[in-house]
Write a protein that binds this ligand. Structure first.
Ligand code: C2E
Ligand code: CA
Ligand code: CA
Ligand code: CA
Length: 274
């Protein structure tokens, strides 16, 4: 277990010997957690590097476990995928984000909110129709929602994820490639897929000097592709200065704020220049 930020979070690593017994009971509880209303969505600001204003937010799910406290997604997202629960959990997060978008927009903060998608959700033939229904129900402008996908969605069948991404784009939502630089697909996909944003993985932003050349190459690649670029994991002023020198327009990271509950996010909105 490890403490992180203002919201202490349990981060057992399954591979690092979480006891089988403990894991089995956690899985049983995970099946019930949705009905029990134990999931909550926190929001991390996405910032403009130049103006230091808040442009958007990434929705990140947490499990408020009655005994263990706040459990991190690195534990229960893989579990949810294995147990076939990710579809419902994913829609819960999507709906929360859409509701939050319209609520903040009504108060004059028309932010773009990003929602993470599991590769398994892209296999659901009803995904896009379900999302369209939620957007309509809340009267949310689709372009105000961005879906974050990773290259791992392309392992195996390529046709299906591409068709779904195209349907998402046709609906008017935008699409970000998350953890950019850490995947293994060939680079041709970057031009074939309807991507709007590249999120440079935090390992490049936090790279020690010896690994700088690789980070520079990733940034150059982003520039060539002419997509919107977000630097992830900016923790220090030095890292932010590095990002600014490379003319990367947007960043996320603990330097400004970790993911926080909605009321705390609203306090950040009030305290930050528009
Ligand atoms: P991700 O999508 O890459 O999200 C960014 C992670 O980096 C978040 O961890 C965030 O809290 C953390 N982070 C942000 N700024 C910094 C920083 O400056 N330094 C460091 N060291 N970390 C930073 P979190 O919330 O624990 O989420 C972990 C992963 O769980 C996410 O990685 C994402 O892959 C997954 N996840 C979270 N929520 C959802 C969800 O609703 N659906 C799905 N499918 N996956 C989710
Ligand atoms: Ca993400
Ligand atoms: Ca990421
Ligand atoms: Ca990740």
């Amino acid at each position: 277990a490890k403490a992180e930020g203002r919201n202490r979070m349990v981060l057992y690593n399954e591979s690092m010997g979480m006891e089988l017994r403990a894991r089995t009971s956690l899985e049983a509880e995970l099946r019930l957690a949705l009905e029990r209303g134990e999931f909550e969505v926190h929001y991390q600001p996405r910032m403009a590097v130049r103006s230091r204003s808040i442009l958007g937010a990434e929705a990140l799910v947490r499990w408020r476990h009655p005994v263990h406290g706040l459990v991190g997604p690195d534990i229960f997202i893989p579990m949810s995928e294995r147990l076939g629960l990710i579809g419902r959990l994913g829609m819960f997060v999507f709906e929360a984000a859409v509701r939050q978008q319209t609520e903040w927009a009504a108060r004059g903060h028309d932010l773009q909110i990003s929602v993470n998608l599991s590769p398994l959700q892209l296999a659901d033939t009803h995904l896009v129709a379900r999302m369209a229904a939620v957007l309509r129900r809340y009267g949310c402008e689709p372009s105000r929602i961005e879906l974050e996908v990773t290259e791992s969605m392309l392992l195996g069948n390529e046709e299906r994820p591409i068709a779904v991404l195209k349907a998402i784009e046709a609906l008017g939502m935008s699409i970000a490639l998350d953890d950019f630089g850490t995947g293994y697909s060939n680079l041709a996909y970057l031009q074939r897929y309807p991507l709007h944003t590249l999120k440079i993985d935090k390992t490049f932003i936090q790279a020690p000097d010896v690994d700088r050349p690789l980070a520079e190459m990733i940034v150059s690649l982003c520039r060539l592709l002419k997509l919107n670029v977000v630097a992830e994991g900016v923790e220090t002023s030095e890292q932010l200065a590095w990002v600014a020198r490379r003319e990367i327009a947007e960043y996320q990271g603990y330097h400004f704020s970790p993911p926080v509950p909605a009321p705390h996010f609203e306090a950040l909105l009030e305290a930050t220049p528009a």
